[in-house]
Design a protein around this ligand. Structure first.
Ligand code: MN
Length: 414
């Protein structure tokens, strides 16, 4: 494994910095009242790619636009070329006035949604999560649905619901029915939850009618974000049969502000777990396509310090993003630049490794006592939930930046 690539920006060389020169994640930022444009995180700075483009230091990939989509659609050769150029410009000993002039303090800029989300699909590719939730609802012997070990199952979500980290979320309203109740009711969700997921961001599109192989799918993926698929459990349990999640998942999905590229994660590839049933050829593993990324969830009631609720790892997934994408396109479904694929909740097998409150509290039966002394089963108004993630290299880490949101009280009808 390669070690830290040293930069002339000192903060980028610190071992716990999420954004060393090895990372170079892309995002969209604004400074003061200027227009949002594309940038790259390095150390404690953001490098303005629109300014570098104007200066002729990087090719024109639409970096002055408020979304990464033009660059994402330019394809793997363009991604590799820009990465090489940025690595050269920022490498120790290569300091220039032109690049120095394009740097902003990261703490002083506003981060926006990094790309226009074309469509959003959410999968269910974490085996331990599927088993835990299935056990709760159907018992351990029927926990996994019969299709689960044969394909990554998912549903089509709402691109309009995807927001960047730091966006406040109103508690959703919805229809619910207690098992013993005669009639359903309508009101604020009472069992509001998170789902700790990894989001894959599609760069290269595919043609309608044409399936893609797992290797092609892997090459189409531009990068990854942390993704919190906020979930209204009481709404979900009443509405989900027979067509799956609908309003329970349609109110908000939060993503981290930086897209970490496949190139940055390349040293952290790892193999999928042993296959209990042999996969059909079109989604069979062709090499290591999961990533070794440490993940955690924290919760902070208003005015309280955060408590880490759970720690897990992205290698606990059963299907890779490439397998999810290949399955998605296999019917002939056209995939578009800016498609976002949620992995499904990432949980490990043991207590302390769960990616949802539903599992941590086992359906609300075992409340959690936070470090500040407050007790929670599900999320209360004013609570801030945050996901964190990083891969650990030799003397450096590849971080994502936080994926965080605060819950506000439900809105009422006008
Ligand atoms: Mn989900």
């Amino acid at each position: 494994m390669t070690g830290l690539i040293r930069s002339w920006i000192g903060a980028a060389n610190e071992a716990d910095c999420p954004f060393p020169l090895n990372n170079l994640p892309y995002g969209v930022f604004s400074a003061g009242d200027e227009e949002p444009r594309c940038g790259v995180a390095i150390g404690d700075r953001v490098l303005d790619l629109a300014a570098l483009q104007s200066a002729g230091l990087v090719p024109d990939h639409g970096f002055a636009s408020p979304a990464l989509n033009p660059f994402m659609g330019a394809g793997p050769q363009a991604w590799a070329q820009v990465r090489r150029t940025l690595t050269d410009l920022l490498r120790v000993g290569h300091e220039t006035d032109a690049v120095r002039a394009a740097l902003h303090d990261r703490a002083a800029v506003t981060l926006h949604l990094p790309f226009h989300v074309a469509e959003y699909t959410d999968f269910y590719a974490g085996r331990h999560h599927a088993f835990n939730v299935g056990s709760m609802f159907r018992g351990p012997e029927n926990a996994l649905p019969p299709n689960w070990l044969h394909m990554p199952i998912g549903y089509n979500g709402r691109a309009s619901s995807v927001v960047v980290s730091g966006t406040d979320i109103h508690r959703p309203l919805g229809q619910t029915k207690a098992p013993e109740a005669q009639m359903p009711g309508f009101g604020p969700c009472a069992r509001l939850d998170i789902e700790l997921e990894l989001g894959a961001v599609v760069g290269m599109p595919s043609q309608m009618g044409r399936p893609v192989s797992v290797d092609e799918a892997d090459a189409m993926i531009f990068g990854y974000v942390l993704l919190n698929d906020w979930s209204a459990r009481d709404v979900q349990v009443w509405e989900y049969q027979p067509l799956g999640p609908f309003q329970a998942k349609a109110f908000a999905t939060t993503i981290s502000p930086w897209v970490v590229t496949g190139a940055a994660l390349e040293p952290f590839r790892c193999a999928s777990p042993p296959r209990e049933k042999e996969l059909l050829p079109y989604i069979r593993d062709t090499g290591p396509m999961l990533y070794d990324i440490d993940l955690s969830v924290s919760m902070a009631p208003q005015g309280c310090i955060p408590t880490v609720l759970s720690r897990t790892n992205a290698k606990a997934l059963y299907y890779s993003a490439a397998q999810q994408l290949a399955h998605h396109a296999s019917s002939g479904c056209a995939m578009r630049t800016g498609d976002l694929l949620g992995s499904g909740t990432i949980s490990g097998p043991e207590e302390g490794t769960h990616g949802s409150l539903l599992e941590m509290t086992w359906g609300g039966r075992h409340p959690i006592t936070l470090d500040c002394g407050r007790v929670r089963t599900f999320i209360e108004d004013g609570d801030t939930l945050a996901l964190h993630g990083h891969a650990t290299g030799d003397g450096y880490r590849i971080g994502f930046g936080p994926c965080s949101g605060t819950i506000l009280p439900a809105m009422t009808f006008p």
